[in-house]
Design a protein around this ligand. Structure first.
Ligand code: C2O
Length: 549
């Protein structure tokens, strides 16, 4: 591989959407931010310089960061944030990954505007396991807030309620013609007939899983979270925040006199308010003559039909189609034996309301979210530093509750006490522990799907189901042959998911719901993976420019 250099100047930039002009935090004055392109095996040196008053840190979402946890990016987990006027060089090498990922700010809600695609091409001379596309196009979904997202989140934190709802969804930063006065802000994909395009879809939205479809076209899924999958055809996709999906789009062979909408709108399982609007982009066949363009408005415009907002059976069916390629060249290395079994409940609970506040949770409480009933408190210094220098005192405790709390019927009557406890608690794993983790949606305050994201690893989704996980029955049906391998999985609403991974990456690794409002309410925790014995099984030393708190 080669070394590629990028510079990210974090600065303010004026953007107008939905008739609102706002000064947003941006990278290099671009929205969405610049595209990073590298090949498997390349080293990336990305210098982030902070010219704004906010603290910043950037996460390379889905990059494994083997032994290079210092470059992972979540603020107060692997690094202190880059302060105003400071800079930090993220230094990492892409090992064994190729596909689409993305990067985003990983502090507060700054990722609302600070995000962009990260494209990993295969090593030079190594083909895709599917026909070579004529063109590759990143399509990144986001959410636009007319208000300042930082103000939105501080309100959600204080009151434990809304509004934390965006004003539009966007495709490559553009809301599209279904929003008022936004027709000029529409993503247009010009295509030639009879060609194959690779669309690199990324859900960078803050709080919503999205359905996506292109009218009158079938999509072939070939890759998720930078892992090749057994190709399958679908009209509609479901993509949670934190997930990426590569699809092949075959354009029609003969020249059609039409334009086609591509649309996305949310899949919603919870009870709260949400943005139920629809973003649209346009698929436009290139004209053989100019007459096409002059008559474009007269042409039929096809719109896709998306599933109902709460179509859980679509979600279940779609998840069941995702299988690893599991070929000789791209094997699925599913851990066969398990060293440690974990059972985590994930879901919403409540916490006490501070005085002089009007809280929006049940019975005058505010909403909180937890893993095994612990709502994670962010430390004021970085966990990775504390771990590396042996200074955990007062920063974190290694007593994350790992034994299944009381065998509770998560689909039954909610308990009287829904209060969560607080703490900065972690699980410590010896190097190379093979882990099985069941994540169970508690449904205590209503069933809701949670896209759980693990830093530092890909994991295999060996099973999932509805209701309560049954340790006596369900493991018999686990798929250990070709389960999907990924970094973000939707824990089904009112159900559970089982994942396996090998803890072969020393460091401190964040795990959290990728719905930003749930992360903020505490649905997050961290794993510490200890060094192995061999020199190449140890976390690298911290870089000299690692930011200080
Ligand atoms: Cu994409 Cu910890 O996040």
């Amino acid at each position: 591989g080669i070394t590629r250099h990028y510079k990210f100047d974090i600065k303010l930039h004026n953007v107008t959407r939905l008739r609102n002009t706002k000064s947003i935090v941006s990278v290099n004055g671009q929205f969405p931010g610049p595209r990073i392109v590298a090949r498997e095996g390349d080293q990336l040196l990305i210098k982030v310089v902070n010219h704004v008053s906010n603290n910043i840190s950037i996460h390379w979402h889905g990059i494994r960061q083997l032994r290079s946890g210092w470059a992972d990016g979540p603020a107060y987990v692997t690094q202190c944030p880059v302060q105003t006027g400071q800079s930090y060089v993220y230094n990492f090498t892409i090992v064994g990954q190729r596909g689409t990922l993305f990067w985003h700010a990983h502090i507060s809600w700054l990722r609302a505007t600070v995000y962009g695609p990260l494209v990993i091409l295969p090593k030079r001379g190594v083909p895709y396991p599917f026909p070579k596309p004529y063109k590759e196009v990143p399509i990144i979904f986001g959410e636009w807030f007319n208000a300042d997202p930082e103000a939105v989140i501080s309100q959600a934190l204080q009151t434990g309620g809304g509004p934390n709802v965006s004003d539009a969804y966007t495709i490559n930063g553009l809301p599209g013609p279904l929003y008022n006065c936004s027709a000029k802000d529409t993503f247009k994909l010009k295509v030639k007939p009879g060609r194959t395009y690779l669309l690199r879809l990324i859900n960078a939205a803050l709080n919503d899983e999205l359905f996506f479809s292109i009218a009158n076209h079938t999509l072939t899924v070939v890759d998720v979270d930078a892992i090749y999958v057994k190709p399958f055809e679908t009209e509609t996709l479901l993509i949670t925040p934190g997930q990426t999906t590569n699809v092949l789009l075959k354009t029609k062979p003969s020249y059609p006199s039409a334009t086609f909408f591509m649309t996305a709108r949310p899949y919603v399982t919870g009870q709260g308010t949400f943005d139920n609007s629809t973003v649209a982009g346009i698929l436009e066949y290139e004209s053989p003559s100019n007459s096409f363009h002059s008559s474009i408005k007269m042409l039929p415009l096809f719109k896709p039909i998306l599933p109902a907002l709460n179509d859980t059976s679509f979600a279940t069916n779609f998840a069941s189609k995702l299988r690893s390629l599991a070929s000789a060249q791209y094997p699925a290395n599913v851990p066969r034996k398990v060293d440690k079994h974990f059972f985590f409940t994930v879901g919403l609970g409540t916490s006490a309301c501070q005085q002089n506040q009007t809280c929006q949770g049940p019975n005058g409480t505010k909403f909180a979210a937890s893993v095994n009933n612990v709502s994670f408190t962010m430390p004021t210094t970085a966990l990775l530093q504390s771990h590396f220098f042996g200074q955990s005192n007062g920063v974190y405790t290694p007593d994350f509750p790992i034994n299944p709390i009381i065998p509770f019927n998560y689909t039954g009557t909610p308990p009287n006490n829904t209060m969560v406890s607080n703490g900065t608690k972690v699980v410590v794993l010896p190097f190379n522990t093979s882990v099985e983790l069941i994540m169970q949606d508690t449904s205590i305050l209503g069933a809701e799907s949670h896209p759980l994201h693990l830093h530092g690893f890909n994991f295999f989704v060996v099973g999932q189901g509805f209701g309560n996980f049954d340790p006596n029955k369900d493991p018999a049906n686990f798929n250990l042959v070709d389960p999907i391998e990924r970094n973000t999985v939707g824990v089904p609403s009112g159900g559970w998911v089982a994942i396996r991974f090998l803890a072969d990456n020393p460091g401190v690794w964040f795990m959290h719901c990728h719905l930003e409002v749930h992360t903020s309410w505490g649905l997050k925790m961290a794993w510490i993976v200890l060094d192995g014995k061999l020199p190449n099984q140890k976390l690298l030393p911290p870089p000299a420019d690692l930011p200080k708190c």
